[in-house]
Design a protein around this ligand. Structure first.
Ligand code: 1CP
Length: 346
């Protein structure tokens, strides 16, 4: 890759600039749908893999080379920075993160440590350096989980459908909730600042499950910490900040108040609906990932419709509305990437 010109189309779109074509990347673009990933993964546990910088760099690069996407996303998990602060987490195949010491009291929260990225997650810092110093000709997106979404795993002990325990804690014991948000807010700022310092050219904050809250509760219990995270990052860096959640269309006006550059939409809210609500920030999304199992003609039709909407205003990045998944064919994403580039070329 070294020696090739750097493709900054994605960064330009994040900043709301016109681009010669619409840039594209896919959430979960490194993963089990790739035979090469499955082969590497069969030799390691998830965390063994993500604690080995050369392997992480390889799986981060793979979709860039294989699919021709315009950005890479660091290979790690939103749970990665929680292990060193005392969360006993494992990634179980077919389930996701499972935590053996869930949090429920103020004492539990006070017992959590704080993160020193260079000594606690040196493999993440090293992966970012390896990738950005020599291996990539597209921007590297660093990332972190947002406090609500991290808290949901820490309180429930694993994935959840309704977040009763998480929201129960929030409503029952606002002091403990506040302490947890403060702790995770600090962690997110420290972790993302370190990734940016090491070379990440954009960062995405995944608040996958925050759509479980209504707008008023989001404002009360979550918006303050999100405001702190993004404002502090804005004070120290000018890399684009992206905020993404699933089923969070009802929170768009809250999100628009935050100092972020790009809002990631899932498939439930169209680009045009977001614009009609007055959102002027750059937008990213939002093909329903399930469509990737449909015949090509249907995928093409939907992708063209989304592109037409995205191209109405500068500052648009094509993506899925959530992550790609194991049953998807590599060829489908290759074809889709080519289509996005060709269709949007001006
Ligand atoms: O290309 C990439 O996107 C790879 C890097 C990456 C990212 C950005 C991984 C690797 N995970 C994530 C983010 C992540 N992890 C999120 C936010 C985005 C989203 O909503 O998908 C969340 C909620 C998690 C938690 C998690 N980790 C889940 C979801 C569980 C649930 O509650 O539904 C799962 C399945 C994992 C494991 C995981 N993380 C990453 C991969 C490739 C995998 C699968 C592990 C395997 O190979 O077995």
């Amino acid at each position: 890759m070294t020696g090739q010109t750097f493709n900054d189309t994605f960064l330009k779109a994040c900043r709301g600039e016109f681009t010669p074509y619409i840039p594209v990347w896919y959430m979960r673009q490194a993963g089990r749908y790739q035979p090469e990933y499955r082969e590497i993964r069969s030799r390691y546990s998830f965390f063994e893999m993500s604690e080995t910088p050369e392997v992480c760099a390889e799986v981060t690069r793979l979709p860039v080379e294989q699919l021709g996407v315009d950005a890479a996303i660091l290979f790690a998990d939103i749970m990665t920075p929680l292990k060193p602060i005392g969360v006993d987490v494992e990634i179980q195949s077919g389930i996701g993160p499972v935590i053996s010491n869930p949090v429920s009291t103020l004492t539990d929260v006070e017992g959590l440590g704080s993160l020193n990225p260079e000594s606690d997650v040196p493999f993440v810092m090293e992966t970012v350096r390896l990738l950005t110093r020599e291996q990539l000709n597209v921007p590297l997106i660093g990332f972190a989980g947002a406090p609500f979404t991290l808290a949901s795993y820490m309180v429930e002990g694993g994935p959840s459908k309704n977040y009763h325990r998480t929201k129960g804690l929030m409503y029952r014991d606002p002091e403990t909730w506040q302490a947890l948000m403060d702790k995770l807010g600090e962690l997110t700022i420290t972790y993302l600042s370190a990734q940016i310092q090491a070379g990440a050219q954009a960062v995405q904050v995944f608040d996958s499950w925050v759509g479980a809250l209504n707008a008023a509760d989001y404002r009360t219990y979550v918006a303050p910490v999100m405001h702190r995270i993004f404002s502090q990052l804005k004070e120290t860096t000018d890399v684009p900040l992206i905020y993404f959640g699933i089923g969070a269309g009802h929170l768009l006006q809250e999100w628009d108040q935050l100092p972020v550059d790009v809002i990631g939409l899932d498939w439930r809210t169209s680009i045009r609906q977001a614009r009609a609500l007055g959102i002027q920030k750059a937008l990213q999304g939002n093909l329903d990932p399930s469509l990737l199992l449909a015949p090509w003609e249907r995928i093409r039709e939907r992708a063209a419709d989304i592109l037409e909407q995205g191209m109405e205003t500068p500052g648009y990045i094509f993506n899925l509305g959530h992550g790609t998944f194991p049953e998807v064919q590599v060829e489908t994403l290759q074809r889709l990437t080519k289509f996005v580039h060709q269709y949007s070329q001006n």
